[in-house]
Ligand binder design. Sequence first.
Ligand SMILES: [Zn+2]
Length: 447
Amino acid sequence: MILFENTRLISFAPPAVSAPLDLVAWEPGEDEGQPGKIAAIGKELAKRFPGAGKTGAGGYLSPGLVCAHNHLYSALSRGIGVPIKPSKDFVQVLQHLWWRLDRAIDLPILKASALAGGAEALCAGVTSVVDHHAGPSAIDGSLSVLENAFEELGLRGILCYETSDRNGKEGMKAGIRENLRFAAEVDRSRAAGRGILVEAAIGAHAGFTLGPESMELLGEAVNSSGRGIHIHLAEDRFDPAQSHSSYGKDLMARLEEVGALNEKSIIAHGLWLSREEVELMNERGAYLAHNARSNMNNAVGYNDLLHNHRKVVLGTDGMGSDMLEEFKFAVFRHRESQGPWWPGDFLACLDRGNRLLENYFGGSFGRLETGAAADLVHWDYDPPTPLEAGNVAGHLAFGLSSRSVRSVVVNGRLRIKDKKPLFDLEAIGAEARTQARRLWKTMEGIA
Ligand SMILES: [Zn+2]
C-alpha cells in the first residue's frame, strides 16, 4: 500500500479543496483489498495501515489528468528535419507532412515514439492517454506494440488504429482487422481476470477517407466489439463538403446509418458540424474531443458550437500530452472567440475524460474516494493566493503547471516519485532520438 499524508485533496467535479488529509491506495498485485484502488481517506491513516509505504506529504493531491485524443506516433516529429512543402490548406498539411510521416513508421519507430510520448505524459501528471494510431506500413500488431509501451511505463490508455481508404482496400481491411484483433485480446485478458491498463476503441481516420463499404465495416466492428468509434470529423471545412458532394448527407448521418454512434464514440475536432449533428451526438451520448492548440496550428477555424455539446473532452491531437497547457489554450482561445464558457466549464471538460474511462473500463475514475481508481498526482504547489473550491479552475488557467508535478500514481503504482521517474527516461530519450533520425531519413524518400 502507498500512503500520502497531510495533503489537501483537490477534486475537479464538483471543484473542491479539502483540509489536510491522508490517503491510502492499494498497489497492483496485493492479495487483500482492491488492487489499484483508493483504500481509505481520513486522518492518521499510518496507524490504521502500518504497512503502507510513506509516499509523500503536504502539498496537494488530485486525480490524474486525462488526454482524450492524442497521436503518440507523432512524438518523433518535433522539429522535424525533413523538407516539407508549404501547405495551402489542411488537406495539404496531411499530404505534405502527416501521411508521409505515418508511412515511414515501422514497429521499432512506433515503440520509441510511444515510450517517449507516454513518458512525457506521465511527467506532466497525465495518467491516461486516449491514442489514435496511424502507420500503414506496419498495421498488424501495431496496437500491441503500443500496449507494451503503455504497460512498460505504467500508463493507462485506450488504443485504436485509424482505418482509412487512403491506402487501398487491403489497407482499409487491415485497419479494421487490427482494431478487432486488439479488442478481442483485451476481452481475453478481462475474461482471464487479468487487470488491464489498456482498453480498445475502433479507430477510423476521417469521413473524407472512408467510403460506404469502410463505414459499413466500421459500424459492424463497433457493434461486434462493444466499443466506440474514435474518428476525426469536420476538422476542416473540406470534410462536410466532401460528405455532401459525394454522399448527399451529413457526416454524422453516415455514422448513424451504420450504427456507429454510441456513448463510447469519440469524435475528434467537429469544428464544422451542423447544429443537427451536434444534437444527434448529444442524443447518442457521443464525446467531442476538443483540441484547441492543434486547431489553431492547422488554422482550421474555431468550434463556435462547442458550448452546445453535452460531452466535451480535451485532447492534444499529438501536440505533446501536457493537459494543463492544453487546458490553458482551450480557455484562452475560447475567450478570444467571445464564447459563453469560463475556465470552470473547461475544468468540467478536463474532468469528463474520466467519464470516458468509466465508459470503457467500468468502475470509478477521477474521484478521490474509497474504491475509485488510484490514478493520482501529488503537486508541489505553493500558490500566492488561496486555493479553494470556488477558484480551482482559475488556478489551473493562470497558475498550476506541469512543473509542479511531484509524484504520479497510476493504478496504485508509483510512476514518478519526488520528481524522479521510476522508468528509464534517459534511455527512452536516447532511443527516441536515434529512431527519429531513422524516421526522418525514410520520410525523405516518400513523396
Ligand atoms: Zn487527431
